[in-house]
Structures are given as structure tokens and as C-alpha cells.
Ligand binder design. Structure first.
Ligand code: PEP
Ligand code: MG
Length: 592
């Protein structure tokens, strides 16, 4: 959505995902991959079209050789051999002959012909039983994308690491791994066409405290690099050519925000205790070991979710046991005696590592992800489990598994932990003997079997980001259906309640570490439902604490009672907002 005023100011509205206001010139990154155009080609021009194919293949070959050379220099010749397969695709005579034939027979443009033929090959390869051949499908798609980029001139000129001036990035989408690399001194904020509040890119933006707006639909097409914009991460606005009046109003908003920050700082060392004296465990979510320093600074009591997959991203090799041990140990030692819940590797979904073969999937969030991946890639999983077990000597480490769907996976994971314990014992390497293990509750099947899961673990932690996506069948990345992603849906309220009850029946604590726990509007509902621990983004912890300290648990219970008997998600949300705004109006002053 956009609005244009007479002054030339234009407002684009998206989804606010990371608070803050910034102003700068834009840097617009590569456009979305559009549908490949198909056009007819006149008979006389067909030789030219075939020449374009040859040129694109040569150009791609040169690019791959260059990448291969760099990788070989950096990591040795062995790692660079993966590109041999890419080069072979470019030289495949059958592929080239078929593309040429399609161009000549159908009299169509080369990019369309190339994509059609290459995709047919890739689809055939992906359906093979032979693993080696299936891997070639990924090579085929990789090379096809490069060839098409060359044919269509879709190259991304901007290297985010080479930005010279502070700017606001505008892009179709950003991978979580790319977001993790953003330099906060150069990238003041970012805005994307795609995405939603609980995409890992949005979560990373909050973690880095970079203002961000997503779900802007076509901002990357509307804008050019070098335009002056204001980004309002509180309300989800991207304002192009802001007027003096707008800048003045935002100056006031920023001042109010500074005042609020001061109030929040005052209670940093205070406990998260309700007005009627109930103590709530308030922890922080972190993505990297270096975030540990922010955990203390934000006033959290420890870490309720350490997303360890970021240790694996943006690199060419897997992290070793020693490296992981050092990372976990560092966080545990920095926060001792407070707990640090290390979540085992959650790759897949929207987080991938390029050098480890992970096939392209039609539904990656329903696919080879998290514990499913780890239970198949056991060597890789064992390395992480050993590192966590060893680091547990240094502090109060707990561990939890993501995306558990039922008892069988939990048993298998626990058996691997036992195996690692036994191995460390034999090797006489110290490890945390009493490390507590928990399960994340992110799938409806886990809620329905929570009684059985609870018997086998020491705590449950509800991952509402995924629980909502899987229960309501709403892809958490898709901005087109973001309005259906409804944390206050009666089904979600009941699923959380059922989890809490199952946990409490088994005598264990139940936390929430999804983004709901960092939303002051939803915190009373969670506490009213009986949740024992909340783990929120570092940037959200101060507000959550502020709200808890103004809340009476009785009011929260009343709200939860209402929600459990209510049929409308909107009504539950309205009631939750009314309570939060009444008890902590100062938190909502930045919202338009
Ligand atoms: C969740 O799903 O709520 C969660 C905390 O895990 P992630 O966001 O990393 O999937
Ligand atoms: Mg999750």
C-alpha cells in the first residue's frame, strides 16, 4: 500500500518487525526473480539467440572458475572440487543440444528455453533414488540460476560488506544469514517486500536492534538507490522524501522514545514481579555467543533460547566441537549462575548452509528441518551434543530440541545424548552430568502428546512462532497471509493452555520463547494461562519487565479465562490490548 502527497512525500505501509526510526539514502538490492519472459523470435534472429546461449555459458563458466579459484585459495583444492559438477553441467552436450533444438523448433527466446529444459532435467534428477544423482539436481538448479542471471542481466552489484555510507537497505527479501552479517554502522535499517513478523530475518533484525519493516509488497521495485527515506520500525512505515513536518513529528516521537528508554533502564536490575508479588522468570533469546553481554544489560535473568544455528551460517565449513564448546562455554560463564538454554541445531525452514547439501524442498518448513535433520545427520548432531555437554561444566546450561513432533524423536535424541555422555566418560573428558533437557513445543502433535513428552524432560518451551504457523497452516514467511497469522486465535490459546497443564501435571516448568513472549500486549495472556517463564528478544525484555511490574496476576488470569471461553481471536486481541494499554500506556505511545 502506498500514499502519495502533493509535497512529493510518499508513504509505503508494511509490517513493523523491529522498532526504531532512522533516516538515510536507500540502497536497493537485486530485484525479485520475476517469471522468466517467453517471447517469439523471428526466424532470422534465431542464430543470434543461439549465440546468446553460447555467450551466457562461457560467461557463467568464467564466473564459476573464478569462484573455484577463490575457494581453492581460501580452503584448499579439495573444497573447490564441488564446482567441477557445476562446470560439467555447462558442458553437457545433451542439455545444450536440447536447448538449441527448443529455440529453433519453438522459435522462442533462449532464457525461456534454457529454463524449461534445465528444470526438466533437475526435476528428473531430484526424483531419482540414487543420492548422488539427486545431488546433481541442486547443481543443475544452481547453474541454471547463474546462466539465467547472465542472460537477463540480473546481477546484484551491491556487496553489503562494501557499503561506504550509512544507508537503508531496500530489498525483495533478505536471508537470515545475510541479515546476520549486516554492519549496524552502515545499515541503519532495512525494508523488504516479503517477510513477516516471525521470519528469522525479522527476529535477527530485533536481535541486532536494526529498525526493520517487511511485507512492503513492491518497495524494491518502486524505489531506486539514492532516494532519501525515513523508516519507522514501530509502525511499519517507509516514508520516501519525508516533508519537514514529518521529520519534525518524528523528532518528537524519538524524544518520547528516549524518555521511555530511561524509565526502562531504571528497572533493569529490578525483578520481574507482578503487583501482587508473583515472580516471573524473564529470559532473553540470543542468536550468537557475543549477545551474552546484551543479556545482562537488558535486565534478563539468563537465556531461554540460544539459536545455535547461526554458528553454522555464513561460513564454508562446519563448526568443530571445540569451537562450539568455546561458544557455549563463553555464554554460560558470562551469565552464571543464570540458566542458558541451548537449543540444538534448527537448520532448514528459512535457514540453510550452502556447503552442506540440503535439497531444495517444496515445503521447507514441513521438510528436512531441525531435529529431523539432526536425527539423520547424526555425526553432525553428536558433535554439537558433545560440545553442549562439555560446556555445561562451566555454568548453568540446559538444552532443548526444536520441532519435536512426538515421543519417538525425543527418545532417539535422548539416546544420542546418552551415547555422547558415555563416550565423553570413556575419553575422560569432563561434562555436565546433570544437564537438564527440555523439548520445544512447536507442533500440534507435540501439544497433544505433551503428557508423554513431559515425563521424559525437565521442561517444555513453547515455540509459538512455529506452533502458530503449523496450527493455523500459515507460512510464517508469507506476507500475503500475514493477517491470518493470529497469536490470539482461540486454538492457539487452548494449545498453550494444554501444554502448561501437561507440564504442570508432570511437575515441570513451561516457558514460551516464541515472539509472543516479547509482545507486551500478549504477555498478560501468557501469564494468565500459567506460563512460568518468558524468553524474549533482548530488545523486548525491558518492556516486558515494565509491563509485568504493573500487572496483577489476577487480572491476567481473568483475561486468560475470558480467552479460553472466547470464539474470536480479534476479541481476545482487543481485550489483551485494552489491559496492556491501561496498565502500561507509556509503552504504546510510539504507535500511530
Ligand atoms: C519458535 O518457533 O517459536 C521458536 C522460538 O523457534 P524459531 O523462531 O527459531 O523457529
Ligand atoms: Mg521454531
Amino acid at each position: 500500500m502506498s500514499e502519495q502527497s502533493r509535497s512529493g512525500e510518499k508513504i509505503l505501509r508494511g509490517i513493523p518487525v523491529s522498532g526504531g526510526v532512522c533516516r538515510a539514502k536507500t540502497v536497493v538490492l537485486g530485484k525479485a526473480r520475476e517469471a522468466i519472459p517467453r517471447h517469439e523470435i523471428a526466424e532470422a534472429s534465431l542464430p543470434q539467440e543461439i549465440q546468446r546461449l553460447e555467450h551466457a555459458l562461457t560467461q557463467t563458466r568464467q564466473q564459476i572458475l573464478e569462484v573455484q579459484r577463490k575457494v581453492s585459495e581460501a580452503m584448499g583444492a579439495k573444497d573447490a572440487t564441488i564446482f567441477e559438477a557445476h562446470l560439467l553441467v555447462l558442458e553437457d552436450p545433451t542439455l545444450i543440444a536440447e536447448v538449441t533444438r527448443v529455440i529453433q523448433e519453438q522459435k522462442i527466446n533462449v532464457e525461456y528455453a534454457f529454463q524449461q529444459v534445465a528444470e526438466k532435467y533437475a526435476a528428473t534428477l531430484s526424483s531419482m533414488d540414487d543420492e548422488y544423482l539427486r545431488e546433481r539436481a541442486a547443481d543443475m538448479r544452481d547453474v541454471t540460476a547463474r546462466v539465467l542471471d547472465n542472460l537477463l542481466g540480473w546481477t546484484d552489484e551491491t556487496d553489503l560488506r562494501k557499503l561506504k555510507e550509512p544507508c537503508i537497505i531496500i530489498s525483495f527479501d533478505l536471508a537470515p544469514s545475510t541479515t546476520a552479517l549486516l554492519d549496524r554502522n552502515r545499515v541503519l535499517g532495512f525494508a523488504t517486500d516479503a517477510g513477516s513478523k516471525t521470519s528469522h530475518t525479522a527476529i535477527m533484525a530485533r536481535s541486532l536492534q536494526i529498525p526493520a519493516v517487511v511485507g512492503l509488497h513492491d518497495a524494491s521495485r518502486q524505489l531506486k538507490s539514492g532516494q532519501y527515506v525515513l523508516l519507522d520500525g514501530y509502525n511499519g512505515l517507509l516514508i520516501v522524501n519525508p516533508t519537514d513536518q514529518t521529520l519534525f513529528e518524528y523528532g518528537q516521537l524519538v524524544r518520547k522514545r528516549v524518555n521511555l528508554q530511561e524509565k526502562l533502564r531504571d528497572i533493569r536490575e529490578e525483578p520481574a514481579v507482578t503487583l501482587d508479588g508473583v515472580r516471573v522468570t524473564l529470559s532473553a533469546n540470543i542468536e550468537q555467543a557475543s549477545d551474552a553481554e546484551h543479556v545482562r544489560a537488558c535486565g534478563a535473568e539468563g537465556v531461554g533460547l540460544f539459536r545455535t544455528e547461526y554458528l553454522y551460517l555464513n561460513r564454508e565449513t562446519l563448526p568443530t566441537e571445540e569451537e562450539q564448546y568455546q561458544a557455549y562455554r563463553q555464554v554460560a560463564a558470562a551469565l552464571r549462575p543464570h540458566p542458558v538454554v541451548v537449543r540444538t541445531l534448527d537448520l532448514g525452514g528459512d535457514k540453510f548452509i550452502s556447503h552442506l547439501w540440503m535439497p531444495q524442498e517444496l515445503n521447507p518448513f514441513l521438510g528436512w528441518r531441525a531435529i529431523r535433520f539432526c536425527l539423520q545427520e547424526r555425526d553432525l548432531f553428536r558433535i554439537q551434543l558433545r560440545a553442549i555437554l562439555r560446556a555445561a561444566v562451566e555454568g548453568n546450561i540446559k538444552m532443548m530440541y526444536p520441532m519435536i513432533s512426538g515421543v519417538d524423536e525425543l527418545n532417539q535424541a535422548n539416546a544420542l545424548v546418552e551415547e555422547c555422555r558415555a563416550g565423553l566418560q570413556t575419553e575422560k573428558i569432563a561434562f555436565g552430568d546433570s544437564l537438564e533437557i527440555g523439548a520445544m513445543i512447536e507442533i500440534p502433535s507435540a501439544v497433544l502428546t505433551a503428557d508423554a513428552l513431559a515425563k521424559r524432560v525437565k521442561f517444555l518451551s513453547v515455540g509459538t512462532n512455529d506452533l502458530i504457523q503449523y496450527s493455523l497452516a500459515v507460512d510464517r514467511l508469507n506476507e500475503k497471509i500475514a493477517h491470518l497469522y493470529e497469536p490470539t486465535h482461540p486454538a492457539i490459546v487452548r494449545l498453550i493452555k494444554a501444554t502448561v497443564e501437561a507440564g504442570h501435571r508432570a511437575g515441570i516448568w513451561v516457558g514460551v520463547c516464541g515472539e509472543m513472549a516479547g509482545d507486551p500486549v500478549l504477555v498478560p495472556l501468557l501469564l494468565g494461562l500459567g506460563v512460568d517463564e518468558l524468553s524474549a528478544a533482548v530488545s523486548a525484555v525491558p518492556q516486558v519487565k515494565f509491563l509485568i511490574r504493573r500487572l496483577k496476576l489476577d487480572e491476567a488470569r481473568e483475561l486468560a479465562e475470558f480467552a479460553l471461553n472466547c470464539e474470536s481471536g480479534l476479541e481476545i486481541l482487543t481485550r489483551s490490548q485494552a489491559l496492556a494499554r491501561r496498565i502500561a500506556p507509556g509503552l504504546f505511545e510510539n504507535q500511530s
